[in-house]
Design a protein around this ligand. Structure first.
Ligand SMILES: Cc1cc2nc3c(=O)[nH]c(=O)nc-3n(C[C@H](O)[C@H](O)[C@H](O)COP(=O)(O)OP(=O)(O)OC[C@H]3O[C@@H](n4cnc5c(N)ncnc54)[C@H](O)[C@@H]3O)c2cc1C
Length: 382
């Protein structure tokens, strides 16, 4: 392992790999990524892999639109000789009450201003897109055909390989155990394999972000929360878009192989680092899906797993640097949308580190908002 680096990135998920790639592409030499397990072993490799432009704030619409536009050309841009398997099969956001419909209308105004081709649908129009949808409970839906999903392992692998070709060194099974600071600035990181001297550290550890910040005495208001997901046996094509409900905290998508992948949020989930699965999830998932897409509830479950959301008070990420410790950067707190923001996370962090003009203004995602109370009011978040 190298004993010095210009930049050390902690975390080998989509955020860390995208940041490494963007910095290297801009000519930064001697970048080291430290990952305590293997690449994509964290939340990225456990996620639902959905990407959507349908957000309610201008900033999130812009981040998501730019990220999805990147994903449209990811194979070419990252010179990936495999395939990130991007499918733009759309997102159908369903609403079972008028309040949500009113919110969708407001969101669509913002989305159109950002050039996002979304539209409001009646229950009948929604049923034409997803024929098995139970419209009894439906008041309407919002739809965008540009939304979709892609393979999180292959996408991270594409960033990883592109970064490696540009000279980034990846140290897997290397755990950061401490951060060295002198006179108010970062000077190195301690790992289970030795020390690396550096003046720039990026914390891209998602669920573990708080413990890394604690190493420099920076308190951040985040916690980690378990989220569960399951996959069914494959069946014939039944559903094109991701169906999502903010009210029911549900998402469900049919993969190209025919399996259904579905998850739901639950306030009773533990807020710690547990990633065991529960019967409770399987039971509640079955009830929820039966109410929304009845035939799907008859399918057999093949696998079930869990992963971690890293939550901030407004469920929006932190892209910032520490105020009192020079050289310490954060790309954390992604809740359930860090995969879809991945391309812009790397762009934004590289611009922040290099002092460049931002591609998308992400200054609202600062740490100070939790102190001043300027939280981001994003209505479309799970
Ligand atoms: C069930 C589920 C479904 C989801 N669905 C979606 C979705 O559909 N769309 C979407 O956009 N997002 C989704 N998400 C959220 C998404 O997975 C995350 O926001 C995103 O993957 C975060 O990426 P990351 O690179 O920041 O973190 P991670 O992928 O978690 O990577 C962080 C890495 O840091 C490493 N690390 C931690 N501590 C240390 C240390 N001390 N030293 C070295 N390495 C360390 C970890 O091992 C890990 O590999 C979902 C999440 C879950 C759990």
């Amino acid at each position: 392992m190298k004993n010095s680096a210009e930049v050390v990135i902690i975390g080998g998920g989509i955020s860390g790999c995208s940041t490494a790639y963007n910095l290297a592409k801009k000519g930064v030499k001697n970048i080291v990524v430290l990952e305590k397990n293997y690449i994509c072993s964290g939340s990225t490799g456990r996620c639902g892999a959905g990407v959507r432009m349908q957000w309610g704030t201008e900033m999130n619409c812009k981040i998501a639109k730019k990220s999805i536009e990147f994903y449209e050309h990811a194979n070419e841009i990252l010179e990936y000789d495999r395939d990130v398997e991007f499918k733009q099969s759309g997102y159908l956001l369903i609403a079972d009450n008028e309040k949500e419909i009113e919110q969708f209308k407001k969101n669509i105004v913002v989305q159109h201003e950002c050039g996002i081709p979304s539209s409001l649908l009646t229950p009948e129009e929604a049923k034409k897109i997803v024929p098995y949808l139970n419209t009894d409970m439906l008041k309407g839906a919002a739809y965008c055909s540009k939304d979709g999903f892609l393979n999180p392992f292959k996408t991270t692998d594409a960033f990883y390989r592109a970064a490696k070709r540009l000279g980034v060194k990846f140290n897997t099974f290397t755990e950061v155990t401490g951060i060295i600071k002198e006179k108010g600035r970062v000077t190195g990181v301690e790992t289970n394999k030795g020390v690396i001297h550096t003046n720039i550290v990026v914390n891209a550890t998602n669920a573990y972000s708080k413990s890394i910040c604690d190493m420099i005495g920076l308190g951040i208001p985040v916690y980690s929360e378990r989220h569960q997901i399951l996959v069914t046996e494959p069946v014939e094509p039944m559903q094109e878009p991701m169906v999502m409900s903010f009210g029911l905290n549900l998402y469900v998508q049919q993969s190209p192989e025919g399996s259904f992948i579905m998850g739901r949020g639950d306030n009773s989930e533990p807020r710690d680092l547990r990633i065991t699965s529960s019967w409770h999830f399987a039971e509640e998932m079955a009830k929820t899906i039966d109410a929304v897409l009845p035939p799907i509830s008859k399918l057999r479950v093949v696998r079930q797993w869990a992963g971690l959301y890293n939550m901030t008070p407004d469920k929006q990420p932190i892209y910032d640097k520490a105020e009192n410790v020079e050289g310490f950067y954060l790309a954390v707190g992604f809740s359930g949308h860090g995969f879809m923001f991945g391309p812009i996370t790397g762009v934004a962090m590289s611009e922040m580190i290099l002092g460049e003009k931002p591609t998308v203004d992400v200054s609202m995602l600062n740490l100070d908002r939790f102190r001043t109370g300027n939280l981001i009011l994003e209505p479309s978040v799970v």
